[in-house]
Write a protein that binds this ligand. Structure first.
Ligand code: GLN
Length: 236
């Protein structure tokens, strides 16, 4: 099994190294036709305007949109999350092309500039339930985006308290989805919607491989679904 990693710019080498740790081959993707050889795709962090310009230059947008549309698993981290969002707001958004598919509104630089980069302990009940390990994860946030609104199909996997100078739209949170309790003043930083996974932070920059492992399980689930539907079709 080979997992593609969009290698136009940003932290693609780190994702490939994390996949290697889990015994999976990561393949650098720079051209549309290379997507045909991979079962899934990771879009790394970096700088989303630059990434969009390079993707446009290499005529990657139609193939990337098709990849998402046909249900192949795609995980966007940080700039990759912005790329996957249906709507982006915030600094320097002007005219930037997005792949879309993820029903959310993302603020590109929600947590501020490079100087406001930080690390935070995130509660990840759903990931820990599947992957084991501690109930929290050390999230590395670099000029990180925040997810302001999500659609009904989107599952929230992690959120964190909003910095005191910011406000977010109220929406579902890890707690409210789990226990039906409210949680004000939190911003969403990790979500899943069907075949799409998105994190505002950088799991590839930590030694904890649980997000990568979780994504690999999403890939196996999709492959199982596809093969069982092929079997049921062939026996009809
Ligand atoms: N906020 C950045 C952007 O707009 C993304 C930062 C990152 O990927 N570390 O592209």
């Amino acid at each position: 099994m080979a997992v593609g990693v969009l290698a136009l710019q940003g932290s693609f080498n780190e994702h490939i190294a994390a996949l290697r740790k889990l015994g999976v081959k990561g393949v650098e993707i720079r051209k549309p036709e290379q997507l045909q050889s991979v079962v899934a795709l990771i879009i790394p962090g970096g700088e989303s305007t630059t990434m969009a310009k390079l993707a446009e230059y290499h005529n990657l947008f139609p193939a990337l949109r098709e990849f998402v549309k046909i249900g192949k698993p795609v995980w966007g981290t940080c700039a990759g999350l912005i790329f996957l969002a249906n709507k982006a707001t915030g600094q320097k958004t002007g005219g930037q092309e997005l792949i879309g598919g993820l029903d959310c509104m993302v603020h590109r630089n929600f947590f501020g500039s490079q100087l406001q980069s930080f690390e935070a302990e995130l509660l990840i009940p759903k990931i820990a339930a599947k992957e084991g390990g501690p109930p929290s994860f050390r999230g590395v946030f670099i000029r990180a985006p925040g997810i302001l609104e999500v659609g009904p199909e989107v599952e929230v996997l992690a959120d964190i308290p909003t910095p005191s100078n910011k406000t977010v739209h109220s929406g579902p949170s890890v707690e409210s989805q789990e226990e039906n309790g409210g949680s004000e003043n939190k911003v969403i930083v990790a979500v899943k919607q069907g075949n799409l996974l998105a994190t505002a932070f950088h799991p590839e920059l930590t030694a904890d491989t649980r997000w990568h492992s979780y994504f690999l399980k999403m890939i196996s689930d999709v492959s199982e679904d596809t093969s069982s539907s092929t079997v049921s079709q062939s026996t009809e």
